[in-house]
Design a protein around this ligand. Structure first.
Ligand code: ZN
Ligand code: ZN
Length: 412
């Protein structure tokens, strides 16, 4: 199939299986400049689906670099709160949200880590009201990715630029199932399989998960009343949507004060333009008390110092090692893909949808039951073909949940 046709299918898949735009809804998109062809196809399909207005805000990496090279010092404590407040207002008014990612993961590698950390923090604080509407699923939203020259070059550094870009597109189409005869039907089937897995996990009522792998010996408690989620979900506006394309994970809420032991990351993490590799941390009573990284250690440490909740867990996700993203053998240098290649944990903000009755609880009650709160939410990969996971019951008994990176039990 021609690239233009695949791109069109991918756009259609995003609008229908991802966002599931309803007639009369507005759509707010953020995208890198290099995603313009994809944004145009998505815009076309969104209007066709009944969107009243599509607004895209593009980001420009050269402009970002200019800031680091030229801006006066107070710039790095500045964020466009007015813009983020406007986004929050759009979501409160019912607009759907699409984020298209494809940034150069090493864009800020040569910049002052202190400035990067300050800019990230200012942005996270200003963005929080809008992000909260996303994490509480006030509206249907979706994150997809776009092959851009810079990302392609970082994924396939040895290849000529045009070839690298083509190869990255092919991998994206494959991992998102956009290259299948009926991508939307394929998504429905996939979503049903994830639902069967979450039903199984929700019935087990584990109290904790225990991980064993090279460099990892770690137990993490789950919040009482935790809910496993995966695949499609229902937003408060009633729309069934897929928040990530691709998605292979089932995930739930860890207890912010119950994580102990050592964890080693199995893939690099790209965090707001910095490449962090070789992460190893030690948890005590839910908090990271020791942190090392072979690359980007400064940025990683500053990240987990963003606020009180930044060194504690907000999400735990399980992904079999045989997922299509893992099977591709490609490290995408992008969390959206890489998190679906491996089991992962996230420090920072939890998803209230992972807790039964969360919408009726105050901030204080949420903290008291163990739900974490932070201005950040950053996933990093800890799974591999060498990882075993046990489900631990409240009475201390345990059973195999994953062996050598694969599910120990068949469901449905
Ligand atoms: Zn996740
Ligand atoms: Zn996450």
């Amino acid at each position: 199939m021609k690239h233009a046709d695949l791109l069109d299918r991918y756009a259609q898949l995003t609008v229908r299986a991802g966002l599931n735009i309803t007639p009369g809804q507005q759509l707010l998109i953020t995208a890198p400049l290099d995603a313009v062809d994809l944004v145009r196809r998505i815009t076309h399909h969104a209007y066709k689906a009944g969107c009243t207005l599509v607004t895209c805000m593009y980001s420009d990496e050269e402009a970002t670099l200019s800031r680091y090279e030229q801006a006066i010092d107070p710039s790095f404590d500045t964020a466009p709160a007015w813009l983020f407040n406007g986004m929050a207002e759009a979501f409160r008014g019912g607009a759907a949200r699409l984020a298209i990612i494809g940034e150069n993961p090493a864009l800020l590698a040569g910049q002052d880590p202190a400035k990067v950390a300050r800019a990230n923090k200012a942005r996270s604080i200003a963005y929080k009201p809008a992000i909260e509407l996303i994490t509480t699923a006030a509206i249907n939203w979706c994150v997809i990715s776009c092959a851009t020259p810079a990302l392609a070059q970082s994924v396939f550094p040895g290849l000529p630029p045009a070839e690298a870009l083509e190869k990255l597109w092919a991998a994206i189409f494959k991992c998102t199932r956009a290259d299948l005869a009926d991508p939307i039907a394929a998504w429905e089937k996939h979503s049903a399989a994830l639902k069967a897995r979450t039903d199984f996990l929700n019935a087990r009522r584990y109290s904790a998960l225990k991980y064993t792998a090279p460099g990892t010996d770690f137990t993490l408690g789950l919040v009482d009343g935790h809910l496993w989620k995966g695949g499609a979900s229902k937003a408060k506006n009633g729309v069934i949507y897929n928040a990530n394309i691709p998605t292979e994970e089932v995930f739930t809420m860890p207890h912010r004060e119950r994580a102990d032991g050592t964890v080693r990351a199995t893939k690099p993490l790209s965090y707001n333009g910095t490449f962090i590799d070789g992460i190893s941390v030690r948890f005590e009573k839910g908090r990271i008390v020791e942190a090392h990284a072979e690359k980007g250690e400064d940025v990683f440490r500053k990240m987990i110092e963003s606020d009180e909740g930044a060194a504690r867990l907000g999400e735990v996700a399980l992904v079999p090692n045989s997922s299509p993203i893992s099977a591709s053998g490609i490290v995408f240098n992008e969390t959206l893909f890489d998190e679906n290649a491996a089991s992962h944990i996230a420090v920072g903000q939890c998803y209230s949808t992972n807790l039964d009755g969360a919408e009726k609880m105050s901030k204080e009650q949420l903290l008291a039951v163990g739900a974490n709160s932070s201005i950040i939410h950053v996933d990093w990969m800890i799974g591999s073909g060498e990882m075993d996971v046990d489900g631990v019951f409240a009475d201390g008994r345990s059973e195999p949940l994953m062996r050598k990176g694969e599910w120990a039990q068949e469901v449905a």
